[in-house]
Design a protein around this ligand. Structure first.
Ligand code: FAD
Length: 539
């Protein structure tokens, strides 16, 4: 029995499995491994982030899509090409297992790489997984909730500034959808007005949708300007901190919401393997065979695949056309790969990949869209309707099509769902970046976390509890602050200010409390620390 193992349950992996199933290879077992048990239709993520669709409605359980194929919900950790084994973590305890293969299909897509700009990884929301979209939606609603009631004007301004990084498909669709959601929710927040909300899109190129024709970029720009979206073209993102987004020409936007649609790379599993990479992707030939590895194939966003269609040039400077990383291509690659694997078993010749895009469409939100179908440019309501019909037809499962269709109908007649199911940025451990002069927390605030200084330095200005006299304390790298008030259950007695560009790791109050209750060396350290450092200050 030959075993074909497919890694990745995205467009590329699922369509390969479907096509192999259809071919019905005799004497072959097919197994698909993915870290989620659902297939996600990524083009719908901006609609999930904007509450147009429920998160569970935009995905399809893989088992229901691939009847007759073995599915394993596990995380692939590494591959040993010599012994033909895939190692993985599975189960609640993430125990390590391996499975052997005769043919291996690598379709692991890409991950967000936010290391490219300082602070981006610590402060930005991503738009890649269902969780990302879900978190962003909750966060935006949380910002509106707080902005409606706070008396702090600078905080209110920060909460109502939303910044999307990247003006490609994902960025444009995300900002369009968020704009529509906010416009529809604002009437329910008594003290907020539409004019106070500012959405910004930052793009390095000189047009929005830089992969499309200039007139399409210009139309998008015109429509966004009409919707009062601030557009920053020819602009690089330079740094992100807890309170601000720094862009080219020493400009900055104060914001609590940065959404990154830029930066991607293959996963560390592929980076750390001995696979040959170019432009950060696995090199294959036109048949999808991985360079230097027998019976190993790679497709989708993870692979660099030559495409015989010279118009579809991805890296023009090399005068080779490569397939662009999108769903349209991944699906075609999956189908052809299944036939190439089948032909390998039958000792027939393989077929090289050649595909010409049928066009691209983008939704700009509020029943507006833009795109190109073959040579025809479409704009406005008609483009948006074609976008919806096209994506509905492209969704690979009948039940998901029905859910999405009715989701769209319901949201068009009812108010947008404003339920916040998770509170503002409440990760148990977070990294935070501050610029000189930024305040981490102020006297009188409820203690929300404990902070360890990783970079830079901070000043704590606080009052002696009895005399009321002001006192200053300084923290440098490896020092920490914030423990005393968490343990005493009071409000902050001091104000912490960054003395230079600095970074901390923040451990939330609950996690800190659990460690302090149950990890005795931790508890002893803080008992001693508080006794030695704060006793005299309280006099
Ligand atoms: C917001 C957004 C909007 C988009 N809009 C469009 C659009 O409108 N049109 C279009 O054509 N394309 C669009 N794309 C691009 C398109 O979604 C991708 O090109 C396509 O998903 C690539 O398919 P893939 O199978 O290679 O990768 P993916 O779909 O990313 O699938 C990779 C799979 O591998 C799994 N995986 C990864 N690592 C591991 C591991 N270690 N162990 C186990 N499983 C693992 C992942 O969970 C995932 O299921 C969009 C992408 C995004 C993010």
């Amino acid at each position: 029995m030959n075993k074909i193992v497919i890694l990745g349950g995205g467009f590329a992996g699922v369509y390969t499995a479907k096509a192999l199933n259809k071919i019905g290879l005799r004497g072959c077992e097919i197994e698909l491994i993915s870290d989620n048990n659902y297939f996600i239709f990524q083009p719908l993520l901006p609609e999930v982030a904007a509450g147009t669709l429920n998160s569970a409605d935009a995905v399809t359980p893989i088992r229901q899509m691939l009847k007759g194929i073995k599915f394993r919900n596990a995380e692939v950790s590494d591959i040993d090409f010599k012994s033909k084994k895939v190692f993985l973590y599975q189960g609640f305890k993430k125990s390590k297992h391996y499975i052997s293969y005769d043919h291996l299909v690598i379709a692991l897509g890409q991950i967000s790489n936010l290391e490219i700009v300082p602070g981006l990884k610590d402060h930005a929301f991503k738009m890649r997984s269902l969780q990302d979209a879900h978190d962003l939606r909750n966060h935006i609603i949380g910002c509106l909730e707080l902005a409606d009631v706070t008396k702090d004007n600078s905080l209110r301004k920060r909460l109502l500034n939303f910044v999307v990084i990247g003006g490609g498909f994902s960025g444009v669709e995300t900002i369009g959808e968020i704009k529509e959601m906010i416009d529809r929710l604002i009437p329910y927040y008594g003290s907020l007005t539409k004019n106070e909300v500012n959405l910004h899109i930052v793009e390095y190129a000189n047009q929005l949708l830089p992969d499309m024709d200039k007139n399409i970029g210009e139309y998008t720009l015109k429509r966004f300007k009409k919707k009062n979206i601030h557009i920053h073209l020819n602009t690089a993102l330079e740094e992100v901190t807890e309170y601000k987004v720094f862009i080219s020409n020493k400009a900055s936007i104060s914001s609590h919401t940065v959404i990154s649609t830029i930066g991607s790379s293959v996963s560390s599993l592929i980076k750390n393997s001995d696979l040959e990479l170019e432009y950060g992707k696995i090199i294959t030939n036109g048949f999808f065979q991985v360079k230097g590895k027998k019976n190993v194939w790679a497709i989708g966003d993870a692979a660099l695949i030559p495409n015989k269609d010279k118009n579809q040039m991805l890296f023009k400077q090399k005068k080779i056309a490569f397939a662009p990383p999108n769903a349209q291509f991944a699906v075609r690659q999956g189908k052809l790969l299944a036939s190439n694997i089948s032909n390998t078993f039958k000792k027939k010749s393989l077929k090289e990949f050649q595909y010409t895009s049928k066009g691209s469409l983008a939704s700009l939100g509020s029943r507006d869209g833009v795109g190109k179908i073959h040579f025809l440019t479409v704009k406005g309501l008609i483009a948006w309707l074609i976008w919806r019909v096209f994506y509905l037809s492209f969704i690979p499962s009948f039940s998901t099509k029905v859910r999405v269709f009715f989701g769209w109908i319901v949201e068009s007649i009812l108010p947008r769902n404003a339920v916040m199911t998770r509170s503002l940025k409440n990760d148990s451990v977070r990294f935070q970046n501050f610029k000189k002069g930024d305040v981490v927390f102020e006297e009188g605030m409820i203690a929300d976390g404990f902070y360890i200084v990783l970079k830079g330095s901070f000043k704590n200005t606080f009052r002696k509890e009895k005399s009321g006299q002001n006192f200053q304390k300084f923290y440098k790298v490896n020092d920490h602050f914030g423990a005393r008030v968490i343990l005493s259950g009071n409000r902050r007695t001091g104000t912490i200010e960054a003395l230079e560009d600095s970074q901390v790791v923040k451990i939330d109050k609950v996690t800190f409390g659990i460690l302090n209750s149950h990890f005795l060396p931790f508890k002893k350290y803080f008992n001693d620390y508080l006794r030695e450092n704060f006793k005299s200050l309280d006099k």
